[in-house]
Design a protein around this ligand. Structure first.
Ligand SMILES: *Cc1c(COP(=O)(O)O)cnc(C)c1O
Length: 389
């Protein structure tokens, strides 16, 4: 829309066109080609790990991780309710049942509630955690680093180790977020749990149009998931297959764009941090809300900015008024435990997720955002809410 300050749009200031055209010129456009390998190497180096597997989407990466943990029909997986639904749908692709968990003030999974749930609602049977009410096995936790903010992995992993749960990090929004202190100092989002999933969809910090990547603590597990992602070919020439595979591999066209985007990633993070700080500085004294902080002792990627209103508000009205003024904003996602396909599953003590979902507005955060545009957003917000309550 003419003149609208967009919420979050992709940035192709780098060599995206050059590399994509090169991939076309070479005739390597499908699920084989040098750009895919190059992107995997760039990602692994950036994340300080030995290897990564590029795939077709973050959702596909999460699905492969759940498969690899052995999650199957009637198993249970603990997931957040405050997140994008793609973090949860793959649990159903495996015919397993989600258990919805609340968030804390970081918007990520609340480790205290997670612990309480395992203690009070479950029991151990040999090495397996059992949900007492139904006798189902709980196999894994999907932890999302919401908006690039890091979850408390130290506490979550302590619970996971104690109860023998596999940990899948949904780092789709957190490429580049890093812990600076504690047990995981120096580690990047996605490289702490058993598996990590990344997304390169259009509004993520880097994009390949659609695409994603997988990492794993065990190199053998990563190798196996890569094999599953390429139709599980055991003999390339005679097409022999020992397992049911998927068409989940990234294409070389996507890889070409990804290589260019990875070259820009540090600059994107730098701009996002700068713009976030401008919002914070200008909104720090308003009586009606505040910018949701990123966790201390971390170096986040500042992917998405959340304005938290003190009072519960008519977000629909506010969003349409901001749109009238030329500013695109959005609320957080509808809580997943209340969505039609998920209403009948277990939801444990959901409180903060409700609180925040009624009060958060995501503000424009594209890397192309100019200071004049940020000034405009701040001016319109102040006019809308007043400087007094
Ligand atoms: C974007 C996103 C996904 C899915 O990634 P796609 O690449 O779009 O499949 C999963 N989980 C979360 C939290 C996301 O934000």
């Amino acid at each position: 829309m003419e003149g609208l300050i967009p919420l979050s749009i992709p940035n192709f200031e780098g060599k995206e066109k050059e590399y994509a055209l090169d991939a076309v010129a070479q005739g390597w456009v499908s699920t084989g080609g040098a750009y895919i390998n190059q992107l995997e190497e760039q990602l692994a180096a950036f994340l300080h790990i030995p290897s990564a597997a590029a795939c077709q989407s973050g959702t596909a990466a999460l699905h492969l991780a759940l498969r690899e943990c052995g999650v199957g029909p009637n198993d249970m997986v603990i997931v957040p309710t405050l997140t994008f639904i793609a973090a949860v749908n793959p649990v159903r692709y495996q015919f397993a049942d989600p258990i919805f968990m609340d968030c804390d003030d970081s918007l990520c999974m609340d480790p205290m509630k997670l612990k309480e749930f395992c203690e009070k609602e479950c029991r151990m049977q040999k090495d397996t955690l059992i949900y007492s009410k139904t006798g189902q096995h709980i196999k894994a936790i999907v932890v999302v680093h919401v908006f690039g903010n890091l979850a408390d992995m130290e506490s979550i992993l302590a619970v996971a180790r104690r109860y023998h749960l596999a940990v899948i990090e949904d780092a789709t929004e957190a490429l580049g977020s890093q812990y600076l202190k504690g047990e995981f100092a120096g580690k990047m989002a996605g490289t702490i749990g058993d598996f990590g999933a990344f997304s390169f969809n259009g509004n993520k910090i880097i994009t390949t149009g659609g695409g994603g990547a997988l990492v794993a603590r065990e190199p053998e597990a990563l190798k196996h998931m890569k094999y599953l992602s390429t139709q599980a070919k055991d003999d390339e020439l005679f097409y022999e297959h020992y397992e049911v595979g998927f068409n989940y591999r990234m294409t070389n066209l996507q890889g070409a764009i990804g290589v260019a985007q990875m070259e820009m990633l540090p600059e994107f993070i730098r701009r996002k941090e700068k713009n976030y700080n401008i919002y914070c500085e200008n909104l720090k004294d308003v009586p009606w809300g505040y910018m949701l902080p990123f966790c201390p002792d971390t170096s986040p990627n500042y992917w998405f900015y959340s304005l938290v209103l003190h009072e519960r508000a008519d977000l629909r009205k506010i969003i349409s008024e901001l749109k009238e003024a030329g500013i695109q904003t959005r609320p957080v996602w509808g809580l997943i435990h209340k969505q039609k396909p998920y209403r009948d599953f277990v939801a444990y003590g959901i409180e903060k997720a409700e609180y925040y979902s009624q009060r958060i507005l995501n503000l424009p955060c594209s890397t192309q955002l100019t200071e004049e545009e940020i000034d405009k957003v701040i001016g319109v917000l102040k006019a809308l809410f007043g400087t007094n309550r």
